[in-house]
Unconditional design. Structure first.
Lengths: 114, 111
């Protein structure tokens, strides 16, 4: 089992719709969780970080964390064509032998159709 | 300039040659990472470092060597480049518990 798993997609949604991206992780001691966006040929850039159970909202983006289910999600409301990118889920290993390590999922490719 | 920079941005080398990719950060972040990104594989960790002189293997370390004599620098060396090491390489840094910041990437082609 991979440490961080995401559906590779592609996920296609119409403009204005809600895009839902999901991520599961295997290490229960993980404490920090991140969503990155990566445009083709560019570096990953941070969209959201979340550390506590529940929802965290920032503009059109909402991150959701459920540590009991080891599940992180990202909702993008009012999706725009400019949101078309690959979204990477990352999990921080902040305790134990791999302290400080950051593990990424393979990413979900999102396509927003005008 | 503040931030994290990689050099070179593009590199073509021949099979069997030694290649070093450079990474420099100005934040004094404790942790630094090298990832490679290939189609269908996402970001795979090659090596990471928790501090100067402390490094550890990631998922795909074979054929790579790292060092970290200073906090701000984390070079990655391919001792004898192979075609399978053709990839985009990203360096990143973070403090404990925080997000990671990425360099611009190095596109390496081994011919």
């Amino acid at each position: 089992q991979k440490e961080v798993e995401q559906n590779s997609g592609p996920l296609s949604v119409p403009e204005g719709a809600i895009a839902s991206l999901n991520c599961t992780y295997s290490d229960r001691v993980s404490q920090s969780f991140f969503w990155y966006r990566q445009y083709s040929g560019k570096s990953p850039e941070l969209i959201m970080s979340i550390y506590s159970n529940g929802d965290k909202e920032d503009g059109r983006f909402t991150a959701q964390l459920n540590k009991a289910s080891q599940y992180v999600s990202l909702l993008i409301r009012d999706s725009q064509p400019s949101d078309s990118a690959t979204y990477l889920c990352a999990v921080g290993k902040d305790y134990g032998g791999s302290q400080g390590n950051l593990i990424f999922g393979k990413g979900t490719k999102l396509s927003v159709k005008p | 300039d503040a931030g994290i920079t990689q050099s070179p941005r593009y590199k073509i080398t021949e099979t069997g040659r030694q290649v070093t990719l450079m990474c420099h950060q100005t934040w004094s972040h404790s942790y630094m990472f090298w990832y490679r990104q290939d189609l269908g594989h996402g970001l795979r960790l090659i090596y990471y470092s928790a501090a100067a002189d402390i490094t550890d293997k990631g998922e795909v370390p074979d054929g790579y060597v790292v060092s970290r004599s200073k906090t701000e620098n984390f070079p990655l060396t391919l001792e004898s480049a192979t075609r399978s090491q053709t990839s985009v390489y990203f360096c990143a840094s973070r403090t404990g518990g925080s997000e990671a910041f990425f360099g611009q990437g190095t596109r390496l082609t081994v011919v």
